[in-house]
Design a protein around this ligand. Structure first.
Ligand code: RUB
Length: 309
């Protein structure tokens, strides 16, 4: 049985109380640390087994989250190396994990700040920006642009069925940004007058395709048609290494109950994510800078390989 604190985080991630790839990855590492504190293991190997169980449960909470999977993978690998050290002890591993978590969080913060800076530079003065869903990274970029005096004018789609766009609009408004909310189906009307689209990322594939909140691909296709630039803010940790060998990114299907009252005789379908083809993406904004979709494979592979040494 998983410790209560781990089960709570799993449930907060599945229910979207914790949402957005970045926050999900950070919460999963916090949960792994709690798993180490709450484990009753008496040997490093037993502690490692407990952490593996926790990591497995966490990674199943949202199937379309390579950033969480990559983070858990690296941390589990770190724990394995600790267990193999001469004189390894349960206490020693807990301490090492605490340090590792601190380092991971500060790295993620640094990457976030870099993306905000690179992203803000892509936003022209007084430009019209269309955003979809709620991405902490996108909000960070727009806040940074506002701080730099660029005064973006933002349109948020409400993002059915969970309405994450409302949260985006609220956060931008409280940062003093000119922001309006539209229904998802009004995207085409406002795209025609937008200077750019800015969305987050849940996964980036080896071919440079983007997996993000359902509706992203329709907006991207429309932006392509209108000749509007389309950016996705994506840490390199959002790259899914399995796609290098042809594995498709799993796309989460959520409960039909999110769509409201059932209708007799009607199937209710609720896919959470969709795939935007690389050709519709002007560039990714990552911690290394502004990268065309074709460049993500090489950059991300380098980072993920580096962590395996
Ligand atoms: C959120 C979503 C976000 C990405 C990136 O979907 O699609 O664009 O997760 O977010 P959900 P961030 O609400 O289903 O989690 O920039 O915060 O990592």
């Amino acid at each position: 049985m998983l410790p209560l604190r781990v089960r709570r985080i799993c449930s907060d991630i599945s229910s979207l109380k914790i949402q957005g790839a970045r926050k999900i990855a950070l919460a999963s590492i916090e949960a792994l640390y709690f798993a180490s504190l709450d484990s009753r293991a008496k040997s490093p190997q037993a502690l490692y087994s407990d952490l593996l169980l926790a990591a497995d449960a966490l990674s199943k909470t949202r199937p379309t989250e390579p950033m969480m999977r990559n983070s858990l993978h690296d941390t589990i690998r770190f724990v394995l190396l600790q267990t193999k050290k001469k004189g390894a002890s349960v206490e020693g591993i807990r301490d090492a994990l605490a340090e590792q978590k601190k380092e991971f969080f500060s790295h993620m913060q640094l990457h976030f700040e870099k993306i905000c800076e690179f992203g803000a530079r892509q936003i022209p003065q007084n430009s019209h920006v269309l955003v979809h869903c709620h991405s902490h990274t996108v909000v960070g970029i727009l806040r940074r642009a506002q701080f730099l005096g660029k005064c973006p004018i933002v349109i948020c789609t409400e993002t059915r069925p969970r309405f994450q766009g409302r949260q985006t609009a609220e956060e931008l408004a409280s940062a003093g940004i000119d922001v309006s909310l539209i229904v998802d189906s009004a995207a085409n009307t406002y795209l025609a007058r937008s200077d750019l689209v800015l969305v987050g990322a849940d996964a980036v594939t080896a071919s440079g395709d983007l997996v993000n909140k359902i509706g992203t691909s329709s907006i991207a296709q429309l932006a392509y048609m209108h000749g509007v630039r389309f950016y996705s803010a994506a840490e390199l940790y959002k790259f899914d290494p399995a796609t290098r060998w042809g594995a498709p990114e799993p796309l989460e299907q959520r409960s039909a109950s999110e769509l409201g009252k059932p209708i007799k005789g009607v199937k209710m379908l609720n896919p959470a994510f969709d795939v935007t083809p690389a050709k519709c993406i002007s560039a990714y904004i990552c911690e290394e800078g502004i990268v065309p979709p074709q460049g993500m494979l090489q950059l991300a592979s380098k980072i993920l390989e580096h962590n395996k040494q």
